[in-house]
Design a protein around this ligand. Structure first.
Ligand code: F6P
Ligand code: MG
Length: 446
């Protein structure tokens, strides 16, 4: 780690790492137990009539017991155990765990927060793939990602109307710029609605949080604590028929806001290829897997047809067309669900890195991607973005932007005195998701 920095850990009592390990992760795990218990009490499993159902029920009980054991071990700060399944990435996980264990106690509060939190989702995945009947099951899908979807449909309808309006008008350069700026900001605030943080938010509140009007966005502008929109727009203006990569975060409304931005980039002639990077496994509750991606398109279209919203319906058709034509590409690389910070993409993810270097712009969405970009260290807030991006600032790295609402401790690139001002304005500014960052980094000049 660079001198003067160390990784955030659960043991650091005045951090969000601590409250996550102490309070949030047990809640997330308990919700998994609830979801499975509900499955278990569904009719066929409650009174299994076939040997297969009986086996399925027994497996669910076993997973419930294992998750409960994880909660127990986490709350007592026990050591993490190596993974035991046979998926390709097991070696990376166990080698990383072993090398961290060689440096000190390998427990839930003592290991780097980034590692233990990623491990937790990989461990949950393991519990399912080691079964016969639950291999394909995404524990976060039905109870969480899919249920929260209906809280966002109203915002989706509104945004689709806005997109149609601006696409059917002839816009001058200034108007084009304003529209692009709006879609970038929608895309930023779309990150507010992640489910690992909003465990109990009501649907009505969800709509209130989702900005779908230009006036609403304007008001939020003062909440953007690092706002490199100008530099970003200038970079985008220089791209014609290029490639843009979106390293996605959450499914649902955030995914929708990504698709809207991607639609605009294609429409405006900026991109002839947009690559969407999804997660291989259920990740941080609400992150987009390829299943979620397709599920979301289907669900929006079903909703559009049900309410007779032809505009929304044809928007989804357009998106399906872009996917079929290869103008949009959905890509799943195992690297995104490994424990590595992104400083290690050029080395540990060499193949992925070679691919994303073909892009003209990388858009990293969300809080976890931000943590991974800046290595999840306890940086001073005045650290330059170049220093914090470290290995991700190789001369080959395309220009990149991080669009993130602040939901964890790390924040870099702030003015001297800005963190203190924010502390006075809102002591929870780092973690409550009410503040955002549009942090851009141009290509390294050689
Ligand atoms: O649990 C911690 C965390 O990584 C936070 O940083 C954030 O609250 C959440 O999980 C994920 O947020 P996002 O979906 O924006 O990456
Ligand atoms: Mg997420």
């Amino acid at each position: 780690y660079p001198p003067g920095t160390s990784p955030l850990r659960g043991a650091m009592k005045d951090t969000f790492a601590y409250s996550t390990v102490k309070e949030r992760l047990p809640v997330i795990l308990t919700k998994c137990v609830d979801t499975l218990s509900r499955e278990l009490h569904a009719r066929t499993l409650a009174a299994p009539s076939s040997p297969a159902d009986a086996e399925k029920a027994a497996e669910a009980k076993h997973i419930i017991a294992e998750i409960s054991k994880l909660v127990y071990e986490l709350q007592r700060d026990r050591p993490l155990q190596p993974l035991t399944d046979t998926e390709e990435d097991v070696g990376v996980w166990n080698a990383t765990l072993a090398s961290l264990a060689a440096k000190g106690p390998a427990t839930w509060y003592q290991l780097p927060w980034l590692f233990i939190e990623c491990y937790l989702y990989r461990k949950i995945h393991e519990l399912f793939i080691l079964t016969v009947h639950w291999k394909e099951y995404d524990i976060f899908a039905t109870q969480q990602k899919e249920t929260s979807f209906s809280g966002s449909v109203k915002s989706m309808e509104e945004l689709a109307k806005h997109l149609r309006d601006v696409q059917t008008r002839t816009l001058n350069d200034d108007e084009q710029k304003t529209v692009l700026r709006e879609f970038v900001h929608f895309c930023l605030w779309g990150n507010q609605t992640d489910l690992s943080l909003l465990q109990d938010v009501a649907h009505a509140d969800m709509h209130k949080m989702q900005q779908t009007s230009a006036a609403g966005l304007k008001q939020l502008e003062e909440k953007v604590i690092v706002n490199d929109t100008q530099a970003l727009l200038q970079e985008i203006e220089g791209i014609t028929a290029g490639r843009v990569d979106i390293i996605m975060d959450n499914a649902g409304f955030e995914l929708y806001s990504d698709l809207i931005l991607a639609d605009w980039l294609v429409h405006a002639g900026v991109a002839k290829l947009v690559v969407f990077h999804a997660k291989r496994i259920g990740w941080f509750v609400s992150d987009t897997t390829s299943r979620d991606f397709h599920w979301t398109l289907d669900a929006i279209q079903k909703h559009a047809k049900a309410i007779g919203d032809d505009n929304l319906d044809s928007r989804i058709e357009r998106w399906r067309g872009l996917l079929a034509a290869g103008t949009w590409r959905l890509q799943v690389d195992p690297f995104w669900t490994l424990p590595y910070p992104f400083w290690q993409i050029p080395t540990a993810g060499a193949e992925l890195y070679a691919d994303i270097c073909k892009s003209q712009l990388l858009i990293f969405k969300g809080d976890l991607n931000y943590r991974k970009c800046v290595y999840d260290l306890d940086w001073k807030t005045t650290t330059s973005v170049e220093d914090a991006l470290g290995g991700l600032c190789d001369a080959r790295t395309p220009p990149l932007v991080m669009l993130r609402t602040c939901k964890s401790d790390p924040a870099v690139g702030l003015r001297a005195g800005q963190a203190e001002e924010l502390d006075r304005a809102d002591p929870k500014w780092r973690v409550n998701g009410k503040w955002g960052m549009i942090q851009f980094r141009p290509r390294t000049q050689t």
